[in-house]
Each structure stands twice: as C-alpha cells, then as structure tokens.
Design a protein around this ligand. Structure first.
Ligand code: GDP
Ligand code: MN
Length: 392
C-alpha cells in the first residue's frame, strides 16, 4: 500500500528525520494559509498523487509569493497529471503539499527495499539523485551502491558510514548527519512493516550543508496492515483501482489486466496457471478475480458482477478447483448471477474437486447457456475460441 508524500514526511518527522516544514492543502485558499503559516519568501507546491516523476511533468512548482502559491494550487487541483509512472490515463490531483523551498546544493538518492534474493532489508543509494535516477540506473549502474542488513543485528553505524562515503558524503558533519538519518529511516521502515522507502532527493541544503529528505515515498506490506492501524488510516482509496477496492470489500482479490477474458478462479496459483493456459491458446485475460476459499453463492455473484464491469470483457472463464470451496455453491452462485445480473456474455465453467458432480448437475439442469469444460486446458481453449468467435 502506498501513501502520499506529505504523509510519508509526517511519518519521517515523527522519527526525527529532517524534512522541510510544510503541510497538505485541498484548496487554493488552504494552500495560501499554509504558506502564510510557514512564512519565508519561497515555497514549493507539489501535486500529491501516488506516483513519482512529477518534477518532469509539471507537478512540482516553485512559488515566489503566497498569491503565487494560491494560483499554482488552483491550477494543479483538479487536473490530471500524466507522469512516466502513472500510465497514459494519468492521475487526478486532489491535494497538494505546500512547503518551504529548499536551497538545494546537491541531490542524492537513498532508500531501503526488501531484496528478494537475500530476503533482507537492503540500502540502495546513489550520488546521482534527482529526477534522472532511472537513467543513472540504466546507464551507469556502478553509481548505485547497495548494503544488506542482517535482520538479527540491525543496521550498524559502520554500514551507514560506508554508504555515506560511497555516495560522496565524506565531510565529517555530513557523515554524522547521514548516519543519524539512515538509522532513523531504518527504524521507521522496520517498525511499520514497509516494503520500500525511497528518499529522492535526499538533499544537501543551504550554506551550512544540512541533509534533508526533500521527497519521500513509502510502500507498506498490505498483509501487515492489520497490525498497523495508523498506517492503514493513511490509505487513499481515490488512488486505488475502484474495482480492486470494491472487491476487497467483498473479501475478493481483483487484479486488472488488459485482455478480454474475465477470469474467476480460486487461489493465486490457479490464477497464474489459468493465465498461462489462456496465453498458450493465444488469448489474453482481462482480469483475475480470486474468490478464495469457502466462497458463498453471494460471493460468486459479486465476483461475476465486478468482473463484468470491465467493458473489455467479452467472455467469462470460471476455473474452480474446490478444496475448501464447494462446487455446488459455486454453481448456485453462477446461476444467481445469471438471474440477477442479466449476463449476456458467454461463460465457460470448469469445476473440479469437492461436490463436483453436484455442481455440474446444477449447471446442466439450469438450462442456462454455460459452456462446461472438463479440465484447465479444455476450459482455456473453449474461452479463447468463444472470444474469437465473438470478435469475428
Ligand atoms: P518527483 O519528480 O515526483 O520525484 O518529485 P520531487 O519531489 O523529487 O521533485 C522533483 C525535483 O524538483 C527535485 O529533484 C528537485 O530538483 C526539485 N525540487 C523539489 N523540491 C525543491 C525545493 O524545495 N527547492 C528546489 N529548488 N527544487 C526542488
Ligand atoms: Mn522524487
């Protein structure tokens, strides 16, 4: 789960990490009030969306007066910002962060990620921070340094010093600041079950060269949110796919893709296998809806509705390998969906496992136009043939 930059900065501030003085605003007048409250004579107005690349896309602007803050905010709020991370559809800006402008002398990149290979929290840092970091990673990967943290010992001072020296923070005062900041961000990361923390830029600011986190992005482990209520509260549903939000409200997992076969399955493994089988037959899934275990007929009906809300869906493929699930409940749910949702799309159904005979019988006796399949490959082949016929 992602949070907004201003929320990440508040979180960092609570761990004693230096961030610019600032606050969120939902309107131009609020933005002006924030600027007046901060004081000074230069501010930055930053679009708050769950995507980076704002700098290059006009989502970060410097203002010289409070009137300017107001005007920039008015222009930003309500517009759709398209950055290289949002996809072509962009993101609507609903709030901005207004903060004191920083006199940046140098920009570094600093972050923590969980490295999958070592299964450990790892520092990723670079002397070449700022908006071109992706280019740096592509063209000069040697400018990116990494340091793995042993979970039993935690982040040690010498590791921080090593990273600081490697990115050019050798000067004594810089190094001690860097060590302090790195350890505090690490504590924040670990205490909140984060998966990723990215400070880009970590800025060397002002004549006195103090370090400050000028941008912050955090991503948290969704599976740990149950024990992190404070983080869970920062969730912004406007930033999430509305169908995924709706699905999670019904205890369903929905993943949007870009093909035309809507898939209702149980379990992530079967979802992958179903996707592979569809691809093997030359088709493409439009989405995946995982009904999980023990799905009631109501849950199955909701699943059908959510999957069909995607206008790209031209056929449904229901692939259930029932263990805890019951094929008769699935079948009952599918019939309920037909009766209540006015389904006109072809539906291929493959049932296996618990109560399969009963489930198939219910489908057959319903007289509804289900296309039943015997196994996964058969189901995928039938779904692809059906879609191709629809498209022809
Ligand atoms: P991103 O493009 O979405 O990652 O947004 P950032 O917050 O990283 O801002 C992009 C760039 O804007 C930074 O790399 C800085 O060069 C510049 N920037 C951000 N804040 C300030 C500031 O307070 N003062 C100045 N002069 N530049 C800033
Ligand atoms: Mn940034």
């Amino acid at each position: 789960m992602n949070i907004h930059e201003y929320q990440a900065k508040e979180l960092l501030r609570s761990y004693g990490v230096p961030v610019p003085n600032g606050n969120v605003a939902y309107s131009d007048s609020q933005a002006q009030a924030v600027a007046e409250q901060i004081g000074g004579d230069k501010w930055v107005v930053k679009a708050q969306i769950h995507a980076g690349g704002r700098g290059k896309a006009g989502g970060v602007k410097v203002a010289d007066s409070v009137e300017d803050v107001r005007r920039i905010t008015d222009e930003m709020i309500g517009t759709t910002l398209v950055t290289h991370q949002t996809g072509p559809q962009g993101r609507v800006v609903r709030r901005v962060l207004v903060e004191e402008a920083s006199d940046i002398r140098k920009e570094f990149y600093f972050g923590f990620v969980i490295d999958r290979a070592s299964q450990r929290i790892t520092i990723v840092a670079s002397s070449e921070g700022g908006v071109e970091i992706e280019e740096v990673a592509r063209q000069s990967p040697d400018k990116i340094v990494k340091e793995t943290i042993d979970p039993a010992i935690g982040l040690l001072d010498f590791q921080c010093r090593k990273v600081a020296a490697a990115i050019g923070l050798r000067e004594k005062s810089c190094m001690s600041q860097a060590v302090r900041i790195m350890k505090r961000i690490y504590r924040c990361f670990r205490d909140n079950d984060a998966l990723q923390a990215e400070i880009n830029p970590l800025g060397l600011v002002g004549k006195d060269h103090h370090l400050m986190c000028l941008d912050a992005k955090f991503n948290f482990d969704t599976n740990a949110l149950y024990r992190r209520p404070d983080i869970n509260e920062l969730r912004d549903l406007d930033e999430e796919d509305p169908k995924e939000v709706e699905a999670s409200g019904h205890g369903l997992n929905y993943i949007a893709l870009d093909g035309n076969i809507g898939c209702i399955v149980n379990g992530a493994g079967l979802a992958m296998a179903t996707m592979d089988a569809i691809s093997l037959h030359g088709g493409r899934p439009a989405n995946f809806l995982d009904v999980g275990g023990g799905a009631s007929p109501e849950k199955v009906t909701n699943a059908c509705r959510i999957v069909m809300e995607d206008p790209n869906v031209k056929a449904l493929l229901v692939n259930i390998f029932a263990g805890i699930n019951r094929c008769d409940w699935i079948a009952t749910g599918l019939i309920q969906a037909y009766q209540t949702l006015n389904i006109e799309l072809p539906m291929v159904v493959r049932l296996a496992g618990t109560n399969v005979e009963e489930g198939r019988k219910i489908l057959t006796e319903s007289g509804l136009p289900f296309v039943q399949a015997d196994h996964l490959d058969d189901a995928a082949a039938k779904a692809v043939t059906t879609v191709n016929r629809e498209n022809a």
